[in-house]
Ligand binder design. Structure first.
Ligand code: PLP
Length: 283
């Protein structure tokens, strides 16, 4: 089955699909995106992704983008045309194409691109054995709450992780507190079994997986708090893990080469991972 992309109103073979060279997403990273997981043919937490998309568009003052209902039709159609049962859907909306000028162009209209591909959930081995992370300075802009396509700092961070043989890089603010991963949210479990993740403000993205997991944690009656935590606290935590649409919930067993607790995924992380996977599959 050949891949099909949706580009600005039409479905096109993936290899021919293209946007204008003066698309502002290309020239200014002036656009937003979402990545949805597809499990068993359905979009996981679609409503939460669409809510975050609307917020990102609002914050960047991108007006006139497709509404939720037609967008939902396109998302499903791209999933169907690409025969994706398990995989991801990528959605990007930019301010559109116009002669290059920093200020908003009067004539541009938003350009929407949707692609989908089959992929497996993360290797179960990562869930069983855990992953390692490194820490790096958070050099990003001050509106990380917007899911903007301006990801070059995240790209550089992820590459540092790859080169260090780690799965992810956790970014650290000037006070030594972990903000989030380059494409994941960061969590720890304290010595008294409190699940901790950073509160949301402009410094981190409010992950949809984060939100879904908070819901699970509350429903299942675990102790939970939203607060900052330092690299030192994370290294001495009882458990640590990360979350994202493409990683689910993955145990972190080492930070900067320092082993977390006894170096194997913790029991609470394992339970939360299982509950999240059940949620994604059935939700
Ligand atoms: N933080 C950042 C910087 C991200 O890019 C992502 C996902 O891409 C996340 C957190 C996790 O968000 P979600 O759970 O919605 O995938």
């Amino acid at each position: 089955m050949s891949r099909i992309a949706y580009v600005d109103g039409s479905y096109r073979p993936h290899r021919e699909a293209a946007v204008h060279i003066e698309d502002r997403g290309y020239q200014f990273a002036d656009g937003v995106y979402e990545v949805f997981a597809v499990r068993g043919g359905h979009l996981v937490d679609e409503a939460l992704h669409l809510q975050r998309l609307r917020r990102s568009l609002r914050e960047l003052k991108i007006e006139g983008a497709m509404g939720d209902a037609p967008l939902g039709v396109v998302l499903r159609e791209v999933v169907r045309r690409n025969g994706v049962d398990n995989g991801i859907v990528y959605l990007q909306i930019t301010r559109g194409a116009a002669p290059r000028d920093h200020a908003f162009p009067r004539e541009a209209r938003p350009v929407t691109v949707v692609t989908a591909r089959r992929s497996r959930p993360p290797n179960p081995k990562l869930g069983e054995e855990g992953i390692s992370v490194i820490t790096i300075p958070d050099i990003r802009w001050q509106r990380c709450d917007i899911k903007s396509v301006a990801l070059v700092a995240n790209v550089l961070g992820k590459q540092r992780a790859r080169e260090a043989g780690a799965y992810e890089a956790w970014q650290v603010d000037t006070l030594g507190r972990i903000t989030e991963g380059t494409s994941t949210n960061a969590w720890i479990v304290t010595g008294d079994n409190q699940v901790v993740t950073r509160f949301i403000d402009h410094a981190i993205l409010n992950g949809v997986t984060r939100l879904a997991l908070i819901d699970i944690i509350r429903r299942e009656g675990y102790r939970f708090v939203e607060r900052t935590f330092t690299v030192a606290e994370a290294k001495f935590a009882r458990e640590a893990f990360l979350t994202s649409t493409t990683s689910d919930v993955l145990p972190v067993v080492s930070i900067d080469g320092d082993t977390i607790a006894d170096g194997v995924p913790g029991p609470l992380t394992r339970k939360l991972r299982a509950s999240y996977i059940a949620h994604a599959e059935n939700g």
